[in-house]
Write a protein that binds this ligand. Structure first.
Ligand code: PLP
Length: 375
């Protein structure tokens, strides 16, 4: 049995993404910077993928910079803006539930003298745009706010917040880590009112090691990697043509079915919750209107023990409060989940290809785990 329910960690590359990468490696292996035909062909393939990704967020090709993944996109967005605009304005406002690639970067910027204000959810577990606006002032250089939380699926009010912030402080630069929303929720850069958006390929069935940063026209991002001036000098280094092509192929495949897949995964989520809510000792940490792709539950037994119990049955989930290899991120606590429930949290993350019978197998194994695991 192989039931993969850890799609927020990574997804299986789709056939189209694999094929695009293989043909870029076997047939179209030139360096896009070369002046000869092989170089030009590689450049055309990169341009094609860039256009597909630009279209998907309602942007022009010139707004998209390829990176090695969303970790780099987030680093580039935060550090690149602070270097370009942060001499006088020294404050950054963020949500308190950001991914480590944002949060750790904020901590590093704090050490170099920036003031970081992390806005938490209120007691009801929700974020309110007014709280973000209240934290901003004339000294604020940027605000960063993820769209969908990777641990709980919570959808943050990015659009409302960025619009309200821009109304009051037009100079504040807005950045959103849209990794867990991309190709799952329909959005455009302009409707989010985002100046910068981070994207990752491997969460949407492309190959690992590729991401992108959308940068609105007129916003200056200084590079963190310097060299041969590829990617408009914002991210030097020979472009990974195979990975870029795989990213483009995945976006081309999935961008036309966002709504259908969302509806299908919503049905799957309901099915899952109906099945597990009858099991004693389970509580659901994800709210009803969260992204259906991510369901966070507490199971009354230590996450890691349950995770390995399920693994022995061929079912793969993630521990629900870990950012990497078992380290707790503190995000569930931010959402008001008790330490005890955070210790026993599991994250189930689906795709539209997940089946009801896979979820039934999961529920069956979970019930067995709860009965047999001691403590
Ligand atoms: N941001 C979020 C919300 C994520 O879930 C992840 C991956 O887990 C990242 C950023 C990092 O993405 P990448 O693996 O492409 O560096």
């Amino acid at each position: 049995m192989f039931i993969y329910l850890d799609n927020a960690a990574t997804t299986k590359p789709c056939a189209e993404a694999v094929q695009a990468a293989v043909s870029a490696m076997t047939e179209n292996f030139g360096n896009p910077s070369s002046l000869h035909r092989a170089g030009l062909d590689a450049q055309l393939a990169v341009d094609n993928a860039r256009k597909i990704i630009a279209d998907s967020v309602g942007a022009e090709s010139s707004n998209i910079i390829f990176t090695s993944g969303a970790t780099e996109s987030n680093n580039l967005a935060l550090r690149g803006i602070c270097t370009a605009y942060g001499r006088k304005r020294r404050k950054i406002v963020a949500s308190s539930v950001e991914h480590a690639s944002v949060d750790e970067t904020l901590s590093a910027l704090e050490k170099s003298g920036f003031e970081i204000v992390r806005v938490s959810p209120r007691d009801d577990g929700n974020f309110y745009s007014a709280d973000f606006v209240e934290s901003c002032d004339e000294n604020t250089v940027m605000i960063t706010m993820m769209y969908v939380n990777n641990e709980t699926g919570y959808i943050l009010p990015v659009k409302e917040t960025f619009s309200a912030v821009k109304r009051k402080y037009p100079d504040i630069i807005t950045h959103s880590d849209c990794v867990q929303a991309y190709m799952k929720i329909t959005f455009k850069a302009s409707t989010l009112n985002a100046d910068l958006i981070s994207l990752s390929g491997h969460k949407i069935h492309a190959v690992k090691g590729i991401g992108a940063l959308y940068i609105k026209k007129g916003i200056r991002v200084l590079p963190i990697v310097t060299g041969g001036k590829q990617e408009k000098g914002i991210r030097s280094g020979t472009e990974s043509v195979p990975l870029i092509c795989s990213f483009g192929a995945a976006v081309e495949k999935y961008s036309t079915t966002i709504k259908e897949r969302f509806d299908r995964v919503s049905i799957l989520k309901n099915h899952l919750l109906e099945n597990i809510s009858v099991i004693d000792g389970i509580s659901v940490n994800s709210v009803d209107n969260a992204s259906p792709y991510i369901v966070n539950i507490s199971v009354g037994k230590r996450s890691e023990i349950m995770l390995h119990f399920l693994e022995r049955k061929g079912i793969y989930v993630s521990s629900g409060s870990a950012c990497s290899k078992g380290q707790q991120s503190g995000v569930l606590e931010q959402f008001g989940i008790s330490d005890k429930n955070a210790d026993s949290a599991l994250r189930i993350s689906m795709t539209a290809e997940t089946t009801k019978s896979e979820l039934d197998e999961f529920a069956k194994a979970l019930r067995e785990g709860i009965k047999t695991i001691r403590g």
